[in-house]
Ligand binder design. Structure first.
Ligand SMILES: [Zn+2]
Length: 161
């Protein structure tokens, strides 16, 4: 998957993932992508420039619909399991869900202040108690580059919408 910064004819910038550069060109050419802000199908690739304001880049990431990346007439397929394996997987999912709730209950919710609070813990400016919150992909990348330990909370497919 490759990430491109795109821009609509109204000047909205957003990020989108594509399987390849050719896939991106094809989807844009066929008008299959649309601006998540105004719905305009007039999208082009934006010049890649370092962003000065990470928060503005929070813009939603849109994942190109799998339908558009498949040859016509080939139905979408997901990996599935059945039998004993399915039961074990369901149990594991339940345990992870419970574990996540436990972690979130014990940790302090710091919302979008997560990157700065994680830095303060890392640099010994606050107690190393658990915190949880939200970070943009760019913020997460910066934290990782600074060697600050953090982990994504697991999200389950049926919780996305
Ligand atoms: Zn737009």
């Amino acid at each position: 998957m490759i990430r491109y910064q795109l821009i609509c004819d109204d000047g909205h910038r957003f990020d989108a993932w594509f399987r390849s550069s050719g896939d991106c060109d094809r989807q844009l050419g066929a008008g299959l992508a649309e601006c998540p802000h105004c719905g305009s199908p007039e999208i082009s690739k934006a010049l890649m420039a370092p962003s000065l304001n990470a928060r503005e880049e929070t813009v939603r990431e849109v994942v190109a619909a799998p339908e558009t990346a498949r040859p016509e007439g080939v139905p979408a397929r997901d990996a599935v399991v059945a039998g004993e394996a399915a039961r074990e997987l369901a149990e594991l999912r339940e345990r992870m869900r419970a574990l996540r709730e436990d972690v979130m209950a014990k940790a302090e919710h710091v919302g979008t202040r997560f990157p700065e609070e994680a830095r303060r813990i890392h640099y010994g400016e606050r107690e190393a108690a658990g915190i949880w919150g939200e970070a943009t992909p760019d913020e997460a990348r910066s934290l990782a580059e600074e060697g600050i330990a953090f982990a994504p909370l697991p999200i389950f497919p049926d919780e996305r919408n």
